[in-house]
Design a protein around this ligand. Structure first.
Ligand SMILES: N[C@H](CCC[C@H](N)C(=O)O)C(=O)O
Length: 274
């Protein structure tokens, strides 16, 4: 099916280097296909991004945010993009995603989001079979004993001595595509530092290594609180692209504050991509 509009205006934005092409389809429909997503996300022959974000009208929120990974897969949540979209619209917003409705409040440099309550039951991650998601009895080479959290999208977190020593480019896809994860999974390797901050690297489902992952920072902070490694009241997460401030205590929503940058607004002729 060909998109309904030939010209497409888009906003190129990023959160700590996790970059997005944002299409505002609230006024006119754009039929986003996985083929078009892959073409637009391609860093050599397209515009280039980690995720393609499409804004659409919503009955139950200010607007809906659809999230497509660079491989074309549509997913439930994207924290860095939600901050960018909140900054783009310029006002407080309820944002409907397939992973739940989140709320965003813009500030001068980015936004604060309430990302909803995390889920932990094996079938809400989801896993292929029942397991204690707080101490999973599984391993992939030196990555052992992870914890799984769903923050709208699925994450598995490995606490390690030194994130830089993990060959995440090799191990990430092995874990991402393991049959234990029927919807695949985002793979986080984290170190809790002596000052209570967390150093984090992420292999993202459907995209690969990114400079930052907002939902990964949320899921990892929740995992560290559940493992009693941090208090969680105000945790700084250090990602390759910069820092995020995450807060969570059991029974609350996960709150994330961080930057959002608008790079440029452009227009393309869609027929050039198909
Ligand atoms: N970078 C995004 C996460 C995208 C997650 C996506 N890779 C998935 O398949 O869930 C973030 O900042 O939250």
């Amino acid at each position: 099916m060909r998109p309904s509009s030939s010209k497409l205006t888009f906003h190129k934005m990023h959160g700590l280097g996790n970059d997005f092409v944002i299409v505002d389809a609230r006024q006119h429909a754009v039929t986003m296909t996985d083929e078009l997503v892959r073409a637009l996300a391609n860093r050599r022959t397209g515009i280039g991004c980690d995720q393609l974000i499409q804004l659409e009208p919503s009955q139950e929120a200010d607007f809906a945010m659809r999230i497509f990974n660079a491989d074309g897969s549509e997913v439930e949540a994207c924290g860095n993009a939600a901050r960018c979209v909140t900054q783009l619209v310029g006002h407080e917003a309820q944002i409907a995603t397939t992973g739940g409705t989140i709320s965003g409040t813009p500030d001068d440099t980015g936004a604060t989001l309430d990302m909803g309550e995390p889920r932990f039951d094996w079938d809400t991650i989801p896993l292929a079979y029942a397991m204690d998601t707080t101490n999973m009895p599984v391993r992939w080479e030196e990555l052992t004993n992870p914890i799984a959290v769903n923050i709208g999208n699925p994450h598995v977190i490995f606490f390690v001595e030194d994130t830089a020593s993990v060959d995440l480019a090799r191990l990430g896809p092995i874990v991402e595509n393991d049959p234990l994860f029927p919807e695949r999974i985002n793979v986080n390797v984290a170190t809790v530092e002596s000052d209570g901050s967390i150093t984090l690297r992420v292999w993202e489902r459907g995209t690969g290594l990114t400079r930052a992952c907002g939902t990964g920072a949320c899921a990892t902070t929740v995992a560290a609180v559940r493992r009693k490694l941090v208090s969680g009241r105000e945790t700084t997460v250090h990602l390759p692209g910069g820092d995020l401030a995450i807060s969570w205590e059991p029974g609350q929503e996960v709150r994330m504050t961080g930057p959002a940058a608008h790079v440029f607004t452009g227009e393309i002729e869609l027929d050039d991509f198909l």
